[in-house]
Design a protein around this ligand. Structure first.
Ligand code: SF4
Ligand code: SF4
Length: 370
């Protein structure tokens, strides 16, 4: 049970870590943000990450994501991965992947499994080896160990201790891990953006090595990379039968900033642009949206706004609602309740979307009502 420091509301769905309820964040963002920013800063200092994107006048410009860091000599970008040494921008280049990877049997617990060739009957025979789920084949899951956001509820936060790791995997080594039983590669993390140069090179090599065998290239991302890289990601996915899964974390700019430490403008504008490419491959979704249902914060109002945005772009965009589990800084919130998930599903349906799914059903609880 937490209490909002602005309005005094007490509820299981108010986090004392954030310190404010969703209504006060939406209505009084400028008042509450300095306090919430201090929470973000502390979590970043814990792992040696810069509290803000560097803006050194004589810094090296990193062109990879929305932060457009200007990194001074000896400094690091907001992601903590890209840095400047001896006048050169290093980290995340094709020969220096900071990642872990594993093979996952298909069909796997993927955000898009309900609409993709690995888990459904779509895409066969051009993009799939089976007219249904691809039993006997596997996904190469690539976990990049750095991120351009600072989500207080990060479900994969352990990567933060690896962001500064000296271990490196080249694009050639990673592409070689995509063997003849591998039919898809999914880049996630963290986020692929700070290491997009590595991911693009790996993808090109893996598709070439596959020599006309099925090798789908997929991405799970916060969507805040710079547009030229998104264009290349989309080209690879379109040609290979893969997809891009955008995590739309919140619609209200204040809620997004409070939860993730950064604005959502780049993500939304990138999503809008990417949706214009859907007609290039209408038979198989290029673009899939997902939202983690954070109790008390990513509520029915947020999902209604996101779903309305999606439906205005294209009612066929698949939308996955994901159950939250208390992790990282937000351990004082309960798991997403069944009633919250159903409420949000109904809101997405009312907005006009046709392909909605709830993921992580096993995590749903009963601690609060929508
Ligand atoms: S990837 Fe993004 S956060 Fe990292 S250094 Fe480049 S612009 Fe900054
Ligand atoms: S990585 Fe792509 S093809 Fe493989 S299961 Fe996920 S969405 Fe489907």
């Amino acid at each position: 049970m937490g209490t909002c420091k602005h309005c005094g509301k007490s509820a299981k769905t108010v986090s004392d870590v954030i310190g404010y309820c969703a209504q006060c964040i939406r209505g009084h963002f400028n008042e509450v943000w300095p306090d919430i920013k201090r929470v973000h800063d502390e979590t970043r200092r814990l792992h040696g990450l810069p509290t803000d994107p560097p803006r050194a006048a004589d810094g090296k410009a990193c062109p990879l994501c929305h932060h457009q860091c200007l990194i001074p000599e000896g400094g690091r970008g907001y992601c903590g991965l890209r840095r400047v040494a001896n006048g050169r921008l290093i980290g995340g280049r094709p020969h220096e992947g900071n990642l872990s990877y594993y093979h996952d049997p298909l069909p796997t617990n993927c955000v898009a499994d309900f609409v993709c060739p690995a888990g459904s009957d779509c895409g066969y025979p051009r993009y799939s080896v089976a007219p249904g789920p691809e039993y006997g084949y596997r996904n190469l899951a690539v976990f990049y160990q750095a991120c351009s956001f600072n989500c207080l509820y990060c479900q994969n936060y352990h990567f933060r201790v690896r962001t500064a790791s000296p271990d490196r995997i080249t694009a050639e080594e990673l592409a070689a891990a995509a063997d003849d039983r591998t039919t898809c590669i999914c880049y996630f993390g963290g986020d692929p953006s700070p290491q997009i140069l590595h991911a693009l090179k790996t993808s090109t090599l893996a598709v070439r090595n596959a020599d006309n065998r099925v090798m789908r290239i997929c991405w799970e991302t916060n969507g805040a990379m710079q547009r030229p890289f998104l264009q290349r990601m989309a080209d690879l996915s379109l040609e290979s039968g893969g997809c891009i899964k955008f995590d739309l974390k919140a619609w209200d700019p204040g809620i997004h900033h409070a939860l993730c430490g950064v604005p959502n403008i780049a993500t939304i504008e990138n999503f809008r642009w990417l949706s214009t490419l859907i007609p290039r491959r209408p038979e198989l979704p290029l673009l899939v949206a997902s939202t983690l249902l954070v109790p008390g914060y990513v509520d029915e109002a947020e999902v209604t706004a996101i779903a309305t945005f999606l439906a205005d772009l294209n009612r066929e965009i698949p939308y996955r609602l994901l159950a939250f589990h208390p992790e990282f800084q937000l351990r004082d919130l309960p798991p997403t309740s069944k009633s919250h998930a159903e409420c949000c599903r109904a809101a997405a349906e009312r907005a006009g979307l046709r392909r909605i799914s709830i993921g992580n059903l096993h995590l749903l609880g009963n601690d609060y009502t929508c």
